[in-house]
Ligand binder design. Structure first.
Ligand code: FAD
Length: 282
């Protein structure tokens, strides 16, 4: 199924995984898939790191998931570290393997990768359109991309990119207004394509600084809530509070008309399952 068609048909629920690098990571992923497939997600997406081995791991997982016929798969493709010709070959392989959905992404430079020929994800969207009839998603950053000089210019570039793609998935965030503000800013620029909110619960105090480094700082009211939970009941209470906060965020987003929910699973199933059960039942 194409993701744009799924989005037209109703509210989607989707999960993101990364391709495993070791036997241990493979085992973790298998457990997560076994736990999450019964929730019948609308689609799953598979991330991509630079380099040939990593590219192959993403390809293998995407095509396996699709071949097994249980899930619709979305392949992430990243322009950093690739020549235009290599990107066209990656896209041709997906097309020939029957993969209908891709995320067209800028990526971040990883040392040791080859030269990068395209500059912005928008150019990868245009390249993918020449290769096959893909349903194409792009990345959005509610707080503005960390490399952007300001939020307004990032919104402008996002609007331009999304106008040529089919849907966008956001970086994770914590306040429903961040999603509503992004959707309103895009509408002001004439773009009304689906904006899927990315959800990642805070499950430990340790992850708070890491999330800020990833460009999505945990807001002070949530930090206060998590610290209060820690004083009450330690790490397990922090985890429960983080999952409750993410569930509240999801409910508010659905109330406001979000076209779906996209969960960053980190190849673990329990937090996603708990939020999913609270929203949609067991
Ligand atoms: P772009 O759209 O190219 O934007 C990058 C920057 O350039 C922004 O600041 C933007 O405002 C600016 N810009 C865009 N167009 C122009 C223009 N015409 N002129 C001037 N400035 C411009 N990374 C991975 O490595 N692998 C993954 O699998 C992956 N998956 C992701 C999934 C999601 C849902 C999200 C939100 C991010 C993901 N990322 C992934 C991270 C992403 O690759 C990085 O955030 C990267 O730094 C930017 O990617 P982009 O697609 O937003 O790039």
């Amino acid at each position: 199924m194409r993701v744009d068609a799924l989005l037209r048909a109703g509210v989607t629920r989707s999960f993101e995984f990364f391709p495993p690098k070791t036997d241990e990571e493979s085992a973790t992923l298998e457990t997560a898939l076994e736990d999450l497939v019964p929730l019948a997600p609308s689609f799953v997406s598979v991330t991509y790191r630079g380099g040939e081995a990593s590219r192959q791991r993403t390809f293998d997982l995407v095509t396996r998931v699709q071949r097994e016929g249980r899930l619709t798969a979305v392949a992430h493709v990243v322009l950093a570290g690739h020549r235009r010709r290599e990107l066209a070959e990656v896209l041709e392989r997906y097309r020939d393997a029957g993969i209908e959905n891709i995320m067209a992404l800028g990526g971040d430079h990883v040392p040791g990768e080859g030269p990068t020929e395209l500059t912005y994800a928008l150019e990868l969207v245009d390249l993918a359109r020449t290769v096959g009839p893909f349903s194409i998603g792009v990345a959005a950053h509610p707080a503005g991309h960390p490399r952007s000089p300001d939020r307004a210019s990032d919104r402008l570039h996002l609007a331009e990119k999304l106008a040529r793609a089919d849907f966008t998935i956001t970086q994770f965030f914590f306040r429903p207004d961040e999603w509503s503000g992004l959707v309103a800013d895009l509408a002001d620029r004439g773009v009304t394509k689906p904006v899927l909110p990315g959800i990642m619960p805070v499950t430990s105090l340790r992850s708070i600084p890491r999330m800020a480094e990833m460009g999505a700082a945990v807001p002070s009211e949530l930090v206060t809530r998590l610290h209060a939970a820690n004083e009450r009941g330690g790490p397990s209470a922090v985890r429960a509070e983080g999952i409750a906060a993410a569930t509240e965020l999801c409910a508010a987003l659905l109330d406001r008309g979000a076209p779906g929910l996209h969960f960053y699973t980190l190849n673990r199933s329990s937090a996603t399952r708990e939020i999913h059960a609270a929203l949609f039942g067991p």
